[in-house]
Ligand binder design. Structure first.
Ligand code: DGY
Length: 329
């Protein structure tokens, strides 16, 4: 019997490919850029499984191109690039890679918080440009992270790990979440407040909510107006949660003091975007989960989802539940 076919839309760590190759014939798109839409359609047409990235838009067209497509596994925890409802309607199982990237992403969020507060990137550039002439009493004054109030928007797994890191810096923690989180309240002394109160009271605001129609532009002009002029915004979640034009205005008009960004409304962000010309912005190219260990674990998890889907078994890391004759997959 022919092996099932799997299309992988980018090179992922070998460990994941090895899992796939145990049972499938694997085609990998090896280009640095994502496969163009027509290539995606062509490959899906002959695939049983699709291991995709957050850069691939997996919509109805893609799903309908694959008569045998049984499983889609996203190499990410966020699945806003996939029309999950359409997949469910078509009996296609969808999986992701939750949990494994939680701490790595929280590490990056905290790194951005410190880098922005202490002006690390600006100071590094200044030094390398041979600008440093003497120690200076007012050279690169920044803001303290310790004892400053951190507002966490979205107390899911990554939000909780952000709280753990903040606790080590003696930061009082405020948070928003659809439901209270008694464990974080107990463990980190965090207090659940409204978004407006969080924005008014926080020295640092860190976004950890998924992108949904409700959270698109959750932080826009009105919200920046509420924030302290000394506040710093950190976003390692999804770019469109923050209205980027409003962010630029807020930063350039002194409504807030800085921003540490891993994600952007359009990715890759245009190199000429005015945001990138601001010294009070630290920007990195969506590398929240980019550690060797985490990306390797993600590859294995994503591959295990595919294998389970090909066998019509429940995915180990499911996003949806779909019925198949004889059970769920
Ligand atoms: C995710 O998993 O959603 C991250 O943004 C990429 O690792």
């Amino acid at each position: 019997m022919d092996k099932p076919r799997v299309f992988v839309t980018r090179r992922i760590p070998e460990e994941g490919i090895a899992v796939l190759e145990r049972m499938a014939e694997v085609t990998i798109w090896t280009d640095e850029l994502p496969p163009p839409h027509e290539i995606l359609l062509r490959e899906v047409m002959r695939s049983d499984g699709l291991l995709c990235m957050l850069t691939d838009k997996i919509d109805i067209d893609v799903m309908d191109a694959g008569p045998n497509l049984k499983v889609i596994s996203n190499y990410a925890v966020g699945v806003d690039n996939i029309d999950v409802q359409a997949a469910t309607d078509r009996g296609i199982a969808v999986g992701n890679t939750p949990g494994v990237l939680t701490e790595t992403t929280a590490d990056l969020a905290f790194a951005l918080l410190l880098a922005t507060a202490r002006r690390i990137v600006e100071a590094d550039k200044y030094l390398r440009a041979c600008g440093w002439r003497a120690w200076g009493p007012t050279l690169f004054l920044g803001q303290d992270a310790h004892n400053a109030t951190l507002g966490i928007v979205g107390m899911g797994r990554i939000g909780r790990e952000m709280a753990r890191r903040a606790k080590g810096f003696s930061m009082p923690i405020l948070y928003t979440n659809p439901s209270p989180s008694p464990e974080v309240e107990e463990e980190f002394g965090a207090k659940r407040v409204s978004l407006d109160d969080l924005l008014r009271q926080s020295d640092f605001v860190s976004i950890h909510t998924p992108l949904t129609p409700e959270t698109r532009h959750l932080i826009s002009e009105r919200e920046f107006d509420l924030m302290k002029p000394t506040a710093i915004l950190i976003n390692t979640a999804r770019g469109p949660i923050v209205d980027q034009k409003a962010l630029y205005q807020a930063l350039s008009n002194g409504k807030i003091a800085g921003a540490g960004l891993d994600v952007f409304e359009e990715e890759p962000v245009d190199c000429g975007d005015p945001l990138l010309a601001l010294d009070n912005v630290v920007a990195v190219p969506h590398i929240g989960s980019a550690s060797v260990a985490t990306r390797t674990k993600m590859a294995v998890m994503a591959a295990e989802n595919i294998i389970a889907g090909l066998k019509s078994e429940p995915l180990p890391h499911p996003v949806n539940t779909v019925s198949i004759p004889g059970g769920t997959k």
